[in-house]
Design a protein around this ligand. Structure first.
Ligand code: ATP
Ligand SMILES: Cc1cn([C@H]2C[C@H](O)[C@@H](COP(=O)(O)O)O2)c(=O)[nH]c1=O
Length: 213
């Protein structure tokens, strides 16, 4: 598969959305190919509809395996409709979350098990793996504090989980980064936003110099 597939991961409140919003125009100025930004769950109408169901705080009855299957279903549609066609056109995809989120949140946070969730996602992804993953690391308490301090709308169903859930998620991400050091790069997201953005920009351009001016 041609193209360049870069994902952004992190616990809730790590700053992925803020970083991507400011990083995208910077990278677009330097990129040799078109960049498409997208997110999970979402990125197309069907997956955005699934997102609304998963994150709706009213859906307290949702079983943890149902949740894992819904994330994988949204991912499958996203890959087929958007990610694969963009990569096949030799363009760059920047994606806010991908399979690592399912491994950390459902595999570890929900305690379904990393290998069970990985296996389920192999069916959805047919082995599509990011070329590079920037993991924005923050202590869980800081991420949740940021969300509480700034978010206007009601917290979604996952944000509302206990601190211990979010701590399991963070530890799983750190373990994943240790197991995949070539793909997953840790970015210190406790720093000022401008520094986090600069670190992400540098990491991408240093890793793929041929793709950027
Ligand atoms: N480096 C930073 N320093 C201080 N505040 C930050 C930083 N990065 C983001 N924030 C603030 O933290 C809040 C959460 O950031 P953001 O929504 O970008 O995180 P996120 O990783 O996308 O979270 P989620 O996954 O829960 O959607 C925002 O209000 C944002 O302004
Ligand atoms: C892809 C994916 C996401 N999640 C969780 C992580 C967040 O709490 C929400 C998504 O919200 P965001 O504001 O876009 O970060 O969903 C998950 O548990 N599993 C996944 O595979």
């Amino acid at each position: 598969m041609a193209g360049l597939f870069i994902t952004f991961e992190g616990p809730d409140g790590a700053g992925k959305t803020s970083v991507l919003a400011q990083l995208l125009p910077l990278l677009k100025q330097q990129a040799q190919k078109q960049i498409i930004e997208t997110r999970e769950p979402g990125g197309n109408p069907i997956s955005e509809a699934i997102r609304r169901i998963i994150l709706d705080p009213k859906n307290t009855a949702m079983d943890k395996r149902t949740e894992a299957l819904l994330y994988a279903a949204a991912r499958r549609q996203h890959i087929v409709e958007k990610i694969r066609p963009v990569l096949a056109a030799d363009k760059i995809v920047l994606c806010d979350r991908f399979v690592d989120s399912s491994l950390a949140y459902q595999g570890s946070g929900r305690q379904i098990g990393i290998s069970a969730v990985a296996k389920m996602n192999e069916f959805a992804t047919e082995q599509l793996t990011p070329d590079l993953t920037l993991y924005l690391d923050v202590p869980s308490k800081l991420g949740l504090t940021r969300i509480a301090a700034h978010r206007q709308e009601q917290n979604d169903r996952l944000d509302q989980e206990a601190l211990s859930f979010h701590q399991k998620v963070r530890q799983a991400y750190l373990d994943l980064a240790k197991s995949h050091p070539d793909r997953i790069k840790i970015i210190d997201a406790t720093q000022a936003l401008t520094t986090v953005i600069a670190d992400c920009q540098q990491m991408i351009i240093r890793t793929y110099p041929a793709w950027f001016k």
